[in-house]
Write a new protein. Structure first.
Length: 494
């Protein structure tokens, strides 16, 4: 049996830097994805509330979130474009051989990207320039465009996990491609909806976390209460649904990719009455050290019975399964994702019980401390989900059809490491600039609100809606005039 060391020694020198570079750029890009996919929906929920109840605070929040949406989209364009180039540069074997089969997903994503860019531009431009109803209706396709982009990417990734929709000729090349089967693979449905719910949960907690921090700093006005309540409610409603859906997709992996499931649960030998390990480390001889062992639980979770047979890693040759180290990484990522999801469910239940009993937001500081941490935790959970998905599939880039080592570029490893270093520096600059812009926008909005609040109730932030004429500016107000370059409204708000 080949050991992990032997398998690594047989791999091309380019494999490690290519994988590290791809992993870094993907992990960086996915931080932005929740805001790109779900923030349009959350913004439109707030926008609808503002129009429905003639709530100027809700409209103000929707307008500001639309500015954040635009900045995030611009940064996402850069990181997403880098990923697109890396598919061709780092994995020419994959794209050259299989591009005709699963490339349709990337085509769908490209069209969705252009559509979303146009819709965001219209939505951002439409404040104060379009009638309220017209402006809102033109923005309604935005969430659909975001979901369409996710559809394309998840179609490609789910095909890599459960490839179908083609035949192989005598040379092993794909022919007779069936586009519909290539898109709607066995893992597409579970993986897509699990991803969409994850984006809603993550974006909701990230946005709400900003206002939770404001609450902890003593900002208890209606602006912060509403800015917290709407995104947190969206996330809280989606969290238990996501938890149930996550259990369903794990069971789909158990049936469709049993070796990946074995890696995620560090199951060494095929057996029934298999225990569940919470964390723990798998060794190359099949032993597990550390962690918490729960008897029978893995079989029960997989098939609702302790007699359920769970396929182990040794059911396939060593060169067709993840190494012990890779299995441990996938297992830890999976367990951490489940642990975070469980804590978020408890937080959502806390929120829901307080609301049902008292019809108000929770008042506990510990609740808002937890809510402030929930955004970061949900991003970590998303990262862990991708780690479990991709590492658990090793050594296959196309499951049971092409190994990662067969797809990698022939470029010298030294050049790839240099490229990795350059990308790392560029990404630090990009994300640093992104955070600086967001902090600048936040500071500008806070100063504008403080100035208006100091001028009296007539000039409170809630009194100036993003539609119709602006509130009159007192003569000789130099700071207000200086703010006229800050945005289309001329009041320091985007």
């Amino acid at each position: 049996m080949l050991t992990s060391v032997q398998l690594l020694a047989d791999a091309p020198a380019q494999l490690l830097p290519a994988r590290e570079l791809m992993a870094f750029t993907l992990a960086s890009h996915i931080i932005l994805v929740p805001l790109g996919v779900a923030l349009p929906f959350i913004t439109l929920v707030m926008h609808y509330r503002g129009l429905r109840h003639q709530d100027s605070t809700a409209l103000l929040l929707a307008r500001r979130w639309s500015a954040v949406m635009a900045v995030q989209f611009a940064v996402g364009v850069v990181t997403g474009t880098v990923l697109s180039f890396e598919f061709g540069l780092l994995w020419p074997g994959l794209m050259g051989r299989w591009g005709d089969v699963f490339g349709i997903g990337f085509g769908v994503e490209a069209w969705a990207f252009f559509l979303e860019a146009v819709l965001i531009a219209i939505y951002l431009y439409g404040w104060r320039r379009l009638k309220p109803r017209t402006h809102f209706l033109l923005a309604l396709p935005l969430p659909a465009a975001a979901l369409l982009g996710a559809f394309g990417i998840l179609a490609a990734n789910s095909w890599m996990n459960t490839p179908q929709g083609f035949s192989l000729d005598s040379e092993g090349n794909p022919v007779d491609v069936n586009v519909w089967k290539a898109i709607f693979t066995p893992m597409f449905g579970p993986q897509y909806w699990h991803f969409v719910l994850a984006m809603l949960v993550t974006a909701g907690y990230v946005v709400a976390g900003v206002y939770a921090v404001g609450w902890l700093r003593g900002r208890r006005d209606r602006y912060h209460r509403l800015g917290f309540a709407v995104p947190f409610t969206v996330a809280a409603v989606a969290t238990p649904v996501q938890f149930i859906l996550g259990d369903s997709i794990a069971r789909s992996v158990f049936h469709k990719q049993p070796v990946k499931f074995a890696a995620m649960e560090i199951v060494w030998k095929t057996d029934t009455r298999v225990p569940e390990y919470l964390f723990g480390r798998l060794h190359s001889d099949g032993s597990v050290s550390g962690g918490i062992k729960v008897p029978l639980l893995d079989s029960v979770l997989a098939g609702f019975s302790p007699d359920t047979k769970v396929i182990g890693l040794t059911s396939v040759p060593a060169d067709e399964r993840p190494t012990a180290t890779q299995a441990t990484i996938a297992h830890w990522a999976f367990d951490l994702m489940v642990m975070i999801g469980s804590v978020l469910v408890l937080l959502a239940l806390w929120y829901g019980l307080v609301w049902l009993r008292h019809r108000r937001l929770p008042a506990s500081k510990w609740f808002y401390r937890s809510a402030a941490c929930a955004g970061v935790a949900s991003v970590v959970a998303v990262e862990c989900g991708w780690v479990a998905t991709e590492v658990g599939r090793q050594p296959w880039i196309v499951y049971q059809n092409m190994r990662v080592a067969e797809a990698v570029t022939s470029t010298r490893s030294t050049s790839l490491w240099i490229m990795f270093g350059v990308v790392l520096v560029v990404y630090v600059f990009i994300f640093g600039s992104f955070l600086a812009v967001l902090l600048k926008m936040s500071t500008r909005w806070w100063l504008a609100d403080a100035r208006q609040a100091a001028e009296g109730p007539a000039h409170a932030p809630e009194a100036d809606t993003p539609y119709g004429p602006r509130a009159p500016v007192p003569a000789g107000d130099a700071p207000a005039a200086a703010d006229s370059t800050d945005g289309p409204s001329g009041d320091g708000r985007p």
